[in-house]
Design a protein around this ligand. Structure first.
Ligand code: GCV
Length: 596
């Protein structure tokens, strides 16, 4: 594992004599909260518990100016970073599934890594932005990884000790079939008493090794992972089985709602993947044990550059919910493209913040020297934590906060300009108007317009010679719009009120349909793809205008290299998308630009 480059926001600075920390168990601020003030060059932090003092200390490191006393407390108690790390290198997915930052921070070729300091640094990094829980392994739990729960729990205890220093609790992804995989039983049926006893004993052993263990993450009946459906049981029965084992120790189950038919026949126009989570889970509202949290991806499909908010997050009032974001840029440039995602996350949180008990983010960090491969992708990790603490923070202000902690003032303007609108830029040169999934199958990088069109994954765009998009209306389509409460249901149902950026997610429209912006769909496709690729070439020039000495030669070279690839890829996207739709529609670009 290579040595890390420590960004300043990691808090490598030491608090000086000018910071006075007071722990007052009777101050009434509540868990993790703190009051901070600064005057006459002295910063004071008061908190009820050690965690509050720690968060106040990290805030003190960010402070520059005098400040009247302010109290800060997290909006949710559960702020988790989830890792999709494998213990054994997976033949297809590698050491980290959808990992773009080198190897795992925890495991290497089947063994615990021998760099505990790096894990300690990572723990500090997460704590400095407010993260207080971490799950260590991939939600796709293979046979080897299943043993983390049993005979390899000692390794988890080693990692838990590192995270504990920063008030972070560890969690494990477990296989629903663990009683069979590692327990020697012939069933994993939740109604079977032997299965219940097995989970109770296994969980007891986990807590004997790690008394503050957080709980389990479960991906069940999803993309080939085992689950309760095999026994004719519901997901509530499945989740409650594990919840019962964890309850005596105060542990919790994060049960994922990412359940859909991944063996769909593309000829079947009635099955809509977007509907799946709602159809499976809303009938179970109120049936989950109190220590179950239903973990829901923020959109109904799968972390596309643009999706509407998942209706599950708006429709299960009697269930504890977590919203799941993806910092690892699976569909958003894979940490080779600059794509600052917090504006997307912040918009989701503005709709669901008062409904969720937890914010979960899939980590984008690995053993890369810069933690995240693209050095600028660190900003996503940083802001994921900060938004989980306070969803009302402005994403652009957070970007500037990260820049100020990371780069010298001479580079700040360039980095800001490069990053601020980078999600919008990415969206412009990739799949248009919310339709999604025009990516290369398997690795999900680069354009392949029909790559998933005749596949089993349920992610189609239905482009023909007349038009494009998925009819998800209640009047003529799959009925997905009816899963939303009003006013969203009506807004999405009607072309007249559906926002442009989601039009093709909800409607199949002619290429000549005129958007609210005043241009036709086909002209929008051409315009945005030319504009998106052009914006990337401006990013390349902007960065090359920055003297390498302003940020250090190595970092400058790394970013230049990634920007070159982003530019190459953006041109490929532009040309494939424009050509595809020109050939389908036969409608020329009104500006007569080059289309092939
Ligand atoms: C961990 C997508 C990804 C998978 C991932 C899955 C999930 O389908 O491509 O790699 O599996 O989401 O979130 O479980």
């Amino acid at each position: 594992m290579s040595a890390g480059v420590h960004p300043a926001w990691l808090g490598s600075a030491v608090l000086g004599d000018d910071v006075v920390l007071t722990r007052d168990p009777r101050c009434g601020l509540g868990a993790e909260a703190y009051t901070i003030a600064r005057s006459g060059g002295v910063t004071t932090v008061v908190a009820e518990d050690e965690a509050g003092l720690m968060y106040g200390s990290f805030h003190a490191l960010r402070l520059q100016d005098d400040l009247e006393a302010q109290t800060h407390r997290p909006f949710v108690a559960r702020r988790m970073m989830q890792h999709w790390d494998n213990v054994f290198v997976h033949p297809v997915m590698g050491q980290v599934e959808r990992g773009y930052s080198g190897g795992s921070l925890f495991w290497e070729d089947g063994a615990l890594t021998d760099d505990p300091d790096r894990v300690g640094d990572y723990a500090r990094l997460l704590a400095s932005v407010g993260i207080n829980s971490v799950s260590l392994n991939n939600v796709n739990v293979h046979a080897g990884e299943a043993r983390l729960l049993t005979d390899r729990i000692g390794e988890v205890a080693v990692l838990a000790a590192r995270f504990r220093q920063y008030h972070i609790r560890v969690y494990l992804s477990v296989s629903f079939a663990a009683p069979m995989l590692v327990g020697g039983l012939d069933t994993a049926d939740p109604a079977d008493e032997r299965v219940q006893a097995w989970w109770a004993t296994a969980t007891q052993r986990v807590y004997a090794a790690i008394p503050d263990f957080g709980g389990y993450i479960v991906k069940a009946d999803s993309e080939g992972q085992p689950g309760p459906f095999a026994y004719g049981r519901t997901h509530a029965e499945g989740a409650n089985l594990l919840a019962a084992a964890l309850a005596p120790f105060g542990g919790e189950v994060y049960w994922r709602a990412f359940v859909y038919n991944h063996r769909q026949d593309w000829r079947d126009r009635t099955t809509d993947r977007a509907r799946a989570a709602y159809d499976h889970f809303t009938p179970l509202d109120g049936e989950f044990a109190p220590n179950v949290i239903l973990q829901v991806k923020h959109g109904p499909i799968d972390f596309q550059p643009r999706e509407p908010v998942s209706p599950v997050l708006l429709s299960m009032p009697a269930t504890r919910l977590a919203v799941e974001f993806q910092a690892t840029q699976e569909y958003t440039g894979q940490q080779r493209h600059v794509c600052y995602l917090p504006p997307m996350w912040s918009a989701v949180l503005s709709t669901v913040a008062d409904r969720v008990d937890a914010v979960v983010t899939v980590s984008n960090a690995g053993d890369d020297r810069y933690w995240t491969n693209h050095p600028l992708a660190q900003a996503n990790l940083y802001a994921a934590g900060r938004l989980a603490w306070d969803p009302t923070l402005d994403p652009t202000a957070l970007l500037d906060e990260w820049i100020a902690r990371t780069f010298p003032p001479a580079a700040a303007g360039t980095v800001h300009e490069l990053m601020r609108d980078s999600w919008a830029v990415y969206e412009r040169y990739t799949s248009p108007l919310g339709v999604g999934f025009m990516v290369h199958p398997g690795d999900h990088y680069g354009p392949d317009v029909d790559g998933y069109e005749y596949s089993r994954w349920g992610t189609y765009h239905f482009a023909d010679r007349d038009g494009v998009g998925v009819d998800r209306t209640t009047a003529t389509g799959t009925g997905y719009t009816a899963q939303y409460p009003e006013p969203l249901a009506s807004q999405y149902e009607s072309r007249a009120t559906c926002p442009d950026e989601l039009l093709l997610f909800f409607h199949h429209v002619p290429y000549t349909h005129v958007l609210h912006s005043g241009v036709t769909v086909i002209q929008h496709i051409y315009d945005t793809h030319f504009a998106g690729a052009e914006a990337v070439s401006e990013m390349v020039s902007r960065w090359s205008d920055l003297p390498p000495s302003a940020v250090g030669e190595d970092l400058h070279a790394r970013v230049s290299d990634r920007l070159r690839e982003q530019h190459r890829s953006a041109l490929e996207w532009r040309d494939q998308i424009n050509t595809y739709f020109y050939r389908k529609s036969g409608i020329p670009d009104t500006k007569a630009r080059r289309i092939y």
